[in-house]
Ligand binder design. Sequence first.
Ligand code: ARG
Length: 458
Amino acid sequence: MKLWGGRFTKETNKLVHNFNSSISFDRRLFRQDIEGSIAHATMLEKQKIISKDERDLIIKGLSDIREEIIEGSLEISQEYEDIHSFVESHLIKRIGEAGKKLHTGRSRNDQVALDMKLYIRDEINVLDNLIKTFLLTIHKIMKENTQTYMPGFTHLQKAQPVTLSHHIGAYFEMFKRDRSRLSDIKKRMNASPLGSGALAGTTYPLDREYCALLLGFDGPSLNSMDSVSDRDYLIELLSALSTIMMHLSRLSEEVIIWNSNEYRFIELDDSYSTGSSIMPQKKNPDIAELVRGKTGRVYGALISLLTTMKGLPLAYNKDMQEDKELTFDAIDTVKSCIALSSEMLSTMKFNKDIMEDSATKGFINATDAADYLVNKGVPFRDAHSIIGKLVLECIDKNISLDKLSLEDYKAISPEFDDDIYEAISLTTCVNKRNTFGAPSKEAMQKVLALNEEYLYND
Ligand code: ARG
């Protein structure tokens, strides 16, 4: 079952075969492998390297193999070394002599480089669609919650009031950047390696531009040694996937905190949480925890491939076969994490009253109280200190700033008047934060309009 038996007098040791073989995982590249072979055969005929009949036989044979694999009547069996050997051997079995010409001017080195690029290009589209759906979910929550007040945190300490729309809008920006990273990768990787041969091109008059065109590339790659040994785009992809996971993990962490008994900002839907085998009262955020946990696995893939590549001399080395399992696993993991996070978010209930109540506590309007004094002509540093003293007084009395009497206010600074209560109300605190990108309703409307333009017209 080997493509290279001629020079050997002995069978490969069984353990060596198993260790060397990649078919158990590169089998998922069968579509790309066949698509690339069809383009190669089409080009070979155009260049008069094979005849029209041979081309037609090859294309028919390859298409049949593809169809049979998809419908399940042809099994990709483990005795082959890799998917390339499997497809080529089957083709030869079916169409005979013409099949033996398919590999003219080609090596498995440029073949696998091509297959992976085609696969990654498709998967980037799938990932992009998933993130887009996720952004639609986030956008809906943003639109519905421009007046849902909640505390904004720094150091996980209540800091200043924001809205749910604004808070969740931060994630909109993160995932928007993730999409643009994926699209950059897709652009940069879009050069066809086909025709690079094993490392040094070939002696046949191949038309690499034509192959590139057939396969939707911008053009052929410029250096055959680089083409067969470039895995930069996988490293870039794993880096982009790691960043996506980092974002999902941060969101998961918030979900876990917000879902805790102490916060109760949200309630996870029953269908997106799980119970305990011993504690009957439990409803655990396992999905969010798993997303957070799987982040390590995707980071691991990135570090793993960086390490695999770092010592490799030009050009192809078998080490590179290690790129596949971890890339496939990372892509699968990220796809399921985005889809699940999106569903989890769209089904969870926001306890708006609890969020708002929490925002009235913890002196998150202290900055606004200081700004009030500044507007009355008190220098900010003095205002900061005055409000600090008032906060201390409130802590002592176990009340919030808006519950202090006007006498108490006036006792510390004559600049206070009864408009202080309006100035430190939650609505004022949020809506006065009106700089572009800030949480006020007006500022949010502008961002929402831009997001809508991005989601529906880009
Ligand atoms: N399975 C190999 C890989 O994934 C395909 C290329 C094999 N090339 C070779 N010269 N052995 O990298």
